[in-house]
Ligand binder design. Structure first.
Ligand code: NDP
Length: 483
């Protein structure tokens, strides 16, 4: 069976830590053996990154941008090959991985390739004296990925980090180790110097090596809220910078004047894409009482058309959940939902011929009459939607904000003033008006409250991968301050 190595100094290296098996979530079939990093391998990666930093940070930003740009082109050329790999590694439908996963990673590399040469500081006149600021890299940055968007997450972290002149050690989630390694190969092919992008495989223990190592200046993690807290705590010992992209339980608010077809489109995208395994999903759908029945009828008709099936089949809309443990978590919430709420659609495991070893769940809709239900309060990370109703704007804003999370929110209305007024009061880092879950690289993405700290994408990410140096220049003599 093929062994998945680490990637250090632009070379594949078999890890000497634990070995573990990698499975195809759709079939349960063992596909690869993954070799994780030992402490010794990890130290080698750090030494390589330190050498890489000397070379990379000394290159001109235009040279760095050129390499990132070339990498984005290679990624696009390899779209089909990598999309198949991502589909096999994550269980998500091939129609998604072909259209989104690799391409959004390539977009991100392209965006920061263009930005790299235009990063600059400022000049301050001080009445004769003056000062200027420069943006400098932080050094070695650690990226820790979740399993739902492996190559996209790797690109979202690597691209801004590398554009700023940092180097990166990236650890994909243990469950999805395949495409980070491929991204490292793409960088090498694009001319990336040795040690600039190293891949470390492994589980949380390897993650802890990253958060505790004194040579690592920054950790950026995508994962659960609980993991984010552990990462922040561990990083505090050496006062690392942290970016935390964590979970959510986001609201979508649909007013009585909304375009119902469009609202259904957004709600379906925001609940059932990637089997519901998306952090920013709008799983609390608040519909105005006056349109509730019409909205639900349309939503049911459209959701019934979704095909749950073999992820490699281009017709499939809903693929396999990542593994049995996660499936059991999702089914636990569905069984809790059945006790508390009215099950309107789905709620069952689905057996797929040819994929008997996979875990598939029907798109599931609950009608809920309380915000206190477990399924309404907790992140499920599966295709499970909670439908709630409301009467007034003030009420729905209060209820939408009544959560420790604050990743995203959506508002559907034709009333432009109401749209902006409501969005202005929603406690969420990413808000959409009359659409949902659209995240182009140009705009910042990240959470309020316990959904995270820092931002990925857009110009905002630059702030989180660089530090400002202020230089005061005396044009006048200071003179003796104690005279
Ligand atoms: P986890 O929190 O389980 O894991 C995330 C990563 O952290 C994995 O690589 C994991 O390693 C690693 N890790 C776990 N414990 C530690 C530790 N103590 N120190 C350092 N690293 C550690 O998340 P999932 O992979 O299960 O992903 C799902 C979660 O991610 C959901 O809550 C979802 O909302 C969130 N998410 C947030 C996004 C955002 O942008 N805000 C986007 C996508 C997902 P390993 O798994 O290998 O053990």
């Amino acid at each position: 069976m093929q062994k998945i190595p680490l990637f250090i100094d632009n070379q594949p290296v078999l890890g000497r830590g634990k070995h573990f098996d990698n499975f195809n979530p759709a079939t349960g079939e063992k596909t690869h053996e993954v070799t994780s990093a030992s402490q010794d391998d990890f130290e080698k990666a750090i030494a390589s990154a330190k050498r890489g930093f000397q070379v990379w940070s000394a290159m001109s930003p235009t040279e760095r941008g050129r390499i990132l740009h070339r990498a984005s082109q290679i990624l696009r050329e390899k779209n089909d090959e990598l999309a198949i790999l991502e589909c096999q590694d994550t269980g998500k439908p091939i129609r998604e991985t072909l259209a989104v996963d690799v391409i959004s990673g390539a977009d991100c590399l392209e965006y920061y390739a263009g930005l790299a040469p235009s990063l600059h500081g400022q000049h301050h006149e001080l009445g004769g004296d003056f000062a200027y600021t420069k943006r400098e890299p932080l050094g070695i940055c650690a990226g820790i990925g979740a399993w739902n968007y492996p190559i996209q997450i790797a690109c979202w972290k690597a691209a801004p980090a590398l554009a700023c002149g940092n180097v990166m050690l990236f650890k994909p989630a243990e469950l999805t180790p395949l495409t980070a390694f491929k991204l490292a190969e793409v960088f090498r092919e694009a001319g990336m110097p040795d040690g600039v992008f190293n891949v470390i495989q492994g589980d949380a223990e390897v993650g802890k090596m990253m958060t505790s190592h004194p040579e690592i200046a920054k950790v950026s993690i995508t994962g659960e809220v609980g993991t984010g807290k552990k990462v922040m705590t561990a990083s505090a010992d050496t006062l690392k910078h942290v970016t935390l992209e964590l979970g959510g339980k986001s609201p979508i608010v649909i007013f009585e004047d909304a375009d119902l077809e469009e609202a259904v489109n957004g709600v379906m995208l925001g609940n059932f894409y990637t089997q519901g395994e998306i952090c920013s999903n709008g799983t609390r759908v608040f519909v105005h009482q006056a349109i509730r029945d019409r909205f639900l009828e349309k939503l049911l008709n459209r959701t019934k058309e979704l095909i749950v099936g073999d992820p490699t089949d281009p017709e499939t809309h809903i693929g396999a959940l990542i593994n049995q443990t996660h499936f059991e978590k999702v089914m636990y919430y569905i069984s809790e939902g059945k006790k508390e709420a009215e099950l309107v659609l789905g709620g069952n495991q689905k057996k797929i011929s040819g994929c008997e070893g996979g875990y598939f769940v029907e798109p599931t809709i609950f009608s809920c009459d309380s915000d206190e239900m477990k399924i309404v309060r907790e992140e499920i990370f599966g295709p499970v939607l909670s439908l709630l109703t409301f009467d007034s704007e003030e009420e729905v804003i209060r209820r939408a904000n009544d959560t420790p999370f604050g990743l995203a929110a959506g508002v559907y209305t034709q009333n432009i003033r109401r749209a902006h007024r409501v969005v202005g009061k929603l406690q969420a880092g990413m808000c959409w008006i009359n659409t949902y879950n659209i995240n182009p690289v140009e705009i910042p993405f990240g959470g309020y409250k316990q959904s995270g700290i820092g931002r990925e994408n857009g110009l905002a990410a630059i702030e989180h991968y660089s530090q400002l140096k202020t230089v005061y220049v005396a044009m006048n003599d200071l003179g003796n301050p104690f005279e």
